[in-house]
Ligand binder design. Structure first.
Ligand code: 5AD
Ligand code: SF4
Length: 482
């Protein structure tokens, strides 16, 4: 495996190779020599920390960054007191950006105490030119800035910074390349995200993602399947296939393949017990996909199906390319095929022009579908998106009231549905010792809900049958019946 590649065998006095990933392994070896030297001079091994601020895609990127840092020889830590701190940023909503500036202030004081400290910023927020200009002007203590298209270059960028002692800024506007076979360090030994595609072509009018993650690019199925086989061999039992719209996976490959077919092939891999995926767009979720989910034991009967709004008028303004009726009919078809399916969603409140009637339509869909859970967001204006230019931005006070009404409705439904699970015995993948009560372990059901039950560290990473004894709104208490 790439994680076990012996960097000490690379001759770092040669010229760097031009092809990837050999070039990055060369720079990892260079940086590793530097880290060893640092350890000799300071009498301790420098530590590194990656702070993940975004979605699952972002979390998987962080694992790749950690893989490089570990190969380079850094001691990996969760603490921002580290000698090297990387913020992997998100920019989907304005407050994600504000948080980064706030935390940079904290890092500035830390760097004053430890002048050897390095700070890097990467991820979606760095793909916005105004952000990079602001950091270059007002946050001069940042050492490295890179984006979403070149995270694989971390080792090379660290090395450039070591040599030049200058702020390194490397942002690409787009890319058509996918570099395979780089190291990564998983957060959980037993489960992992797997990128199947990058970027997005949908251009929902509120969303900044297509601008910061670029156009859709699918990985070759054989690369994905090989990665999953390697993960299974390394003890992974659950995978989450990741893409901005998994339904369009494979369409632009030289040999096109559907997402449903990819899922079918993933389900054949021995050792993988659970398969999840995120996110399918309601506009093009195929019958073939419903069929595959229905017929495979390994594919979790849980679908995250972002609604965004229940008003066909607002959906049109959002450029979602489905109506309220089409969404409801899709839900009906899914439920007819897979009656036990758990449906979850994302909803935005306060999109420009949203009236009380539009909002009532959203509540109507929420009641009709009975989502197991929903992520609710207050619309955030993202400069550069078409919605930011729209008139009729909804006043904050109105949005807040609607948001609270929606939340209440969703919580009532979730808690009612959770109660219906009490008494059932279901498979739980155990994730960790419970932080508050160490005599309990915490795991996830097929529908992704959390369950706490008595157990010890030997359960971690195992799928065990648990009887759900008590519903607590969004989670359960249970008893293992193994
Ligand atoms: N404002 C609020 N929420 C947004 N999302 C995406 N863009 C915005 C925005 N500008 C939400 C959508 C998406 C989720 C990941 O984030 O609901 O599904
Ligand atoms: Fe994920 Fe989008 Fe945030 Fe990027 S901007 S981290 S793709 S949610």
């Amino acid at each position: 495996m790439y994680n076990e590649m012996n960097l000490d065998k690379i001759d770092i006095n040669l010229e760097p190779p031009t092809e990837e990933p050999a070039r990055q392994y060369f720079f990892m070896a260079k940086c590793r020599a530097w880290v060893k030297e640092y350890e000799k001079n300071h009498n301790y091994l420098p530590s590194a920390c990656v702070v993940n601020m975004g979605c699952q895609m972002n979390a998987r990127d962080s694992e790749k960054l950690l893989g490089v840092l570990r190969a380079v020889g850094y001691q990996i830590t969760d603490s921002e007191e580290a000698d090297f701190v990387i913020y992997n940023t998100c920019t989907v909503r304005e407050n994600a950006n504000l948080k980064v500036y706030g935390r940079l202030g904290f890092l500035k004081t830390r760097k004053k105490k430890n002048p050897n400290m390095k700070i890097a910023l990467c991820g979606c927020m760095m793909q916005e030119p105004v952000v990079v200009e602001k950091i270059k002007a007002s946050y001069r203590f940042v050492d490295i800035i890179f984006g979403t298209h070149n995270i694989y270059k971390l080792a090379e960028l660290i090395y450039e910074n070591i040599v030049s002692k200058q702020m390194i800024v490397d942002i690409w506007e787009s890319t058509d390349r996918i570099v395979e076979e780089l190291p990564n360090k998983r957060k959980y030994p037993f489960k992992s995200g797997v990128n199947i595609m990058f970027g997005c072509n949908n251009f929902c009018s509120y969303c900044i993602v297509p601008y910061v993650r670029g156009r859709e690019r699918s990985r070759e199925p054989q690369d994905i399947l090989r990665e999953i086989r390697d993960l299974a061999a390394d003890g992974v039992v659950e995978i989450m296939l990741l893409g901005q719209n998994v339904n369009s996976y494979g369409k632009s490959l030289k040999e096109p393949i559907s997402f449903a077919e990819l899922l079918r092939q993933c389900a054949q891999i021995e050792g993988i017990e659970r398969i999840r995926f995120m996110t399918p767009h309601p506009k093009d979720l195929s019958e073939e996909l419903i069929d595959v989910i229905k017929s495979s034991k390994k594919i979790c009967k849980q679908i995250h199906l972002p609604l965004q709004s229940g008003s066909s008028r607002i959906l049109k303004q959002m450029n979602r390319r489905y109506t309220k009726e089409q969404y409801l009919s899709l839900v009906e078809r899914i439920r007819a095929a897979i009656p036990e399916v758990s449906l979850t969603t994302d909803i935005i409140v306060g999109f420009p022009g949203e009236t009380e009637e539009d909002f009532e339509e959203t509540l109507d869909v929420v009641r009709a579908v009975q989502f197991d859970s929903a992520f609710t967001f207050i619309y955030s204006k993202r400069t550069g998106t078409p919605a930011a230019e729209m008139e009729d931005q909804v006043p904050e006070e109105v949005v807040k009231v609607r948001f609270d009404r929606l939340l209440k409705e969703i919580q009532q439904i979730s808690s009612k549905l959770t109660k219906q699970g009490v008494g059932k015995t279901e498979q739980v993948l155990v994730e960790e010792i419970n932080a508050q009560s160490p005599e309990l372990v915490t795991g996830r059901l097929e529908n992704n809900l959390l369950v706490h039950f008595p157990g010890d560290a030997s359960y971690i990473g195992q799928l065990v049958p648990v009887t759900l004894t008590e519903a607590k709104g969004f989670y359960y208490l249970g008893e293992c019946v193994r």
